[in-house]
Design a protein around this ligand. Sequence first.
Ligand SMILES: Cc1cc2nc3c(=O)[nH]c(=O)nc-3n(C[C@H](O)[C@H](O)[C@H](O)COP(=O)(O)OP(=O)(O)OC[C@H]3O[C@@H](n4cnc5c(N)ncnc54)[C@H](O)[C@@H]3O)c2cc1C
Length: 352
Amino acid sequence: STSLSHHFSRLLLFLSLLSCRFFFTMLRRSTVLSSRVLRSFSSSPLSYNSAHYSLSEDAAMLRETVASWADRVLAPLAASIDADNDAPLSLYEQMGELGIHGITVPVEQGGLGLGYFEHTLVMEEISRASGSVGLSYGAHSNLCINQLARHGTKEQTDRFLPDLIAGRALGSLAMSEAGSGSDVVSMRTTARRDDARGGWVLNGTKFWITNAPQASTLLVYAKTDPTAGPRGITTFIVEKGMAGFSVSPKLDKLGMRGSNTAELVFEDCFIPDENVLGAVGDGVRILMSGLDLERLVLAAGPVGLMQATLDTVGSYVHERRQFETPVGHFQLMQGKLADMYSATSQARAYVH
Ligand SMILES: Cc1cc2nc3c(=O)[nH]c(=O)nc-3n(C[C@H](O)[C@H](O)[C@H](O)COP(=O)(O)OP(=O)(O)OC[C@H]3O[C@@H](n4cnc5c(N)ncnc54)[C@H](O)[C@@H]3O)c2cc1C
């Protein structure tokens, strides 16, 4: 029994040495890793870190260019944009100079020819500086420009895209109505065939339309055959100033102020055949395939808002002192920051 207990205690010693070695190896590795990670943070440990998301050199450069413009030009205006419920249109021209309105438009159509991943990077950075300008940018660049580029004829893209991509003109997309939100296919706006004039006559209203007060080009879905259900919807390119088309005063919203939202009203508004986008009756396919991409790109907006909160709170918890101590030294506050950082990283990883 003595030799058995001797073997047993040697086994215990061996196991504890092994676990100690494992523990110290892991500790050393994690210390090396965390010091490397900390060194690669640009400003604060809570800031965006390109290395965490395996961005290509080009994608990282695009993100940094937009982030730097947003920090320098847009962020200082964000409070007045919210208070005035208005954003200077010159901002969209400046974004046009950066090329980001046509980010997903093929190069031969005048765009940057990049993908939706790059679009989410740009959307996040603009929204980080101003959520409302981010929303209007998303509606313009994705809902309007991207849909036009995907479904427009050469004549249509040549005619409408140059001004929209340059930011000289603003675009909208209108599917929702007061009674048709999630159930958008139940829309009631109709387009009646007018063979004599070679076009369609629109009647009805659209509600909650982003950029509508200033938009010059609006993609509008309407029922060309109300008896055909989802197969009876068609997409139209409506232009500001068309007879029978008017826009309500902009809504005085509680949030996203400065991203102008309004109602569209169509009263016997004639749309010529050359302004039909895609095939007649193909509107639901255009709408639904676009929605998948719209919701993806717009989802990066809230990630930008979350990152803006982290950027602000990261320095605040060092500056703000209570009980003669920076509040960031309290463990509960550190736990809250860790939760915010994890939630933001998870949301961003999901969007990516
Ligand atoms: C700031 C802003 C900008 C907008 N910009 C545009 C624009 O540019 N163009 C445009 O066309 N539209 C725009 N919209 C409208 C937007 O697309 C609609 O708000 C959206 O489609 C939801 O419709 P709803 O608000 O009528 O909600 P509802 O459809 O009335 O839904 C109310 C609630 O019920 C839930 N719900 C509905 N159906 C179901 C279901 N089957 N199962 C479970 N839950 C359900 C919804 O998730 C929601 O929480 C905008 C809206 C806002 C707020």
